[in-house]
Design a protein around this ligand. Structure first.
Ligand code: LLP
Length: 421
């Protein structure tokens, strides 16, 4: 459910007009709805009712401090993949005991910071990483609680670039060598084995791959326990898809996902860890942009926006679909035009959509690019020396700038010219 709707012909985020935000903050900017984050968290938490579980929101999806604080206040934990994300989670008050640390390339500084903070679990992705963590923990006189991320060799995910559970991907430990890896970890005194982990991909639109992967992991838990290991946690990762448009192939609802996990893990007596990212954040945000020019070409009509691929890279990178809608609701029978919707960056890849039918728009009109709350602002860059896109959080009738737009002077100040040039 999106809290972006029309009132008196104008699109609002909750009870705040997007036009008013654009007038105040300028465009392009991301606009998030606090109520939507809250609702998605609650829907997910309700779907896990009755299970011993930890929701560790995947910070990478949207890591703005204000967003994290909204989730922290609801009791949410965090899945982090860098020292930076760890600092963010701690800064908003997420207890260390609700933080898990994933990722194939944790540095020793990052692992040290996580040990010092006392996080709940390291999701270890390789034997060399295990050795490094063990040495560090021994050095610090500590013991690191770990789960191995298991690669179950399952095809999943909305796009080849975000599929992670196949044997040829760089992630996790091959399920066939897992018993050996656990046996090895058992001998390391800086390591405490506490669980098992997986994450098979993102924007997954059916339960089948989750089910297939989970059934392999459940069998492995039993084997590992028979081998004498303590397996108290089962981290099922993230990956549940969201609807990017109204269509019959919408991903399964969280309730069905929750039921499936419950059934698959019945009687296993583990604490379940979930790492949802997109499901919480995706439909909680729009990218608000202004039409700069309408260019009528010989073959196509172009809507040239002031937002570009550096602000939202998903269409260029993954061919992702985002609904795009005028902020001023057109009259019911307004004639439609077919547009290619593009940004100002000097590459053909800077295209948000092709052949979209929209009411006739003109320079100065605002559009909302929907479902941009996850993997939007976090993947933004300053390509073409376009200042990093600002972010705004709405709560009912109030809103606040939660990341400001840097000035070009500030950007230039971070660079220097050596005196020998
Ligand atoms: N846990 C781990 C270990 C992950 O790597 C990810 C996402 C998640 C959880 C959260 O997955 P989610 O619930 O959001 O599907 N930039 C891409 C998505 C990359 C996902 C990377 N890993 C996109 O814009 O579609």
């Amino acid at each position: 459910m999106r809290h972006f709707h029309f009132k008196d012909g104008q699109m609002q985020a909750e009870n705040t007009s997007l036009q008013a935000i654009a007038d105040d903050i300028g465009t392009p900017c991301y606009v998030y709805s606090a109520a939507t984050f809250t609702r998605h968290y609650r829907v997910f938490a309700d779907a896990l009712d009755g299970m011993d579980s930890l929701i560790a929101y995947s910070v990478k999806a949207n890591s703005n401090l204000a967003v994290l604080r909204v989730l922290a206040k609801l009791g949410c934990g965090a899945d982090v993949v860098s020292g930076g994300e760890l600092l963010r989670a701690l800064a908003v008050g997420i207890p260390a005991q609700k933080i898990v640390f994933s990722g194939v390339g944790k540095t020793s500084d990052e692992m040290r910071a996580a040990l010092e903070a006392g996080i709940y679990q390291f999701n270890v992705e390789s034997l060399p990483e295990l050795e490094a963590l063990n040495e560090l923990a021994l050095d610090m006189g500590m013991v690191a609680p770990i789960a191995f991320r298991i690669n179950p060799d399952i095809e999943a995910g909305g796009h080849e670039k975000i599929s992670t559970g196949k044997a040829e991907n760089k992630f996790g430990i091959d399920i066939n060598v897992a018993p050996k890896a656990y046996a090895h970890a058992q001998n390391l005194s800086g390591i405490k084995i506490q669980g098992i982990d997986m994450h098979i991909g993102s924007q997954i639109d059916s339960l089948a791959p989750f089910k297939a992967a989970l059934s392999k992991l459940v069998a492995l838990v039993k084997t590992l326990r028979r081998d004498g290991h303590t397996i108290d946690t089962l981290d099922v990762g993230g990956g549940l898809g969201i609807p990017y448009r109204d269509d019959e192939n919408a991903p399964p609802l969280p309730t069905l996902y929750g039921q499936m996990v419950k059934e698959m893990t019945k009687g296993l007596d583990v604490k379940l860890i979930f790492e949802p990212g997109r499901m919480i954040a995706g439909n909680a945000g729009v990218l608000l942009s202004k039409v700069l020019y309408v260019k009528t070409g010989s073959a196509r009509n172009f809507l040239i926006l002031d937002a570009a691929m550096n602000d939202l890279i998903r269409p260029a990178l993954y061919g992702a679909h985002h609904d795009i809608e005028p902020v001023s609701q057109p009259p019911k029978n307004a004639p439609l035009q077919t547009y290619d919707i593009v940004g100002p960056v000097c590459e053909t890849g800077d295209t948000f959509a092709t052949g979209r039918q929209l009411a006739t728009l003109k320079a100065g009109d605002l559009v909302a690019i929907h479902s941009a709350g996850a993997y939007g602002a976090v993947q933004a860059s300053q390509y073409n020396t376009r200042p990093l896109v600002p972010e705004v959080l709405v709560d009912g009738e109030r809103y606040a700038l939660i990341r400001k737009r840097p000035s070009v002077e500030e950007i230039l100040k971070t660079e220097s010219i050596p005196d020998w040039v």
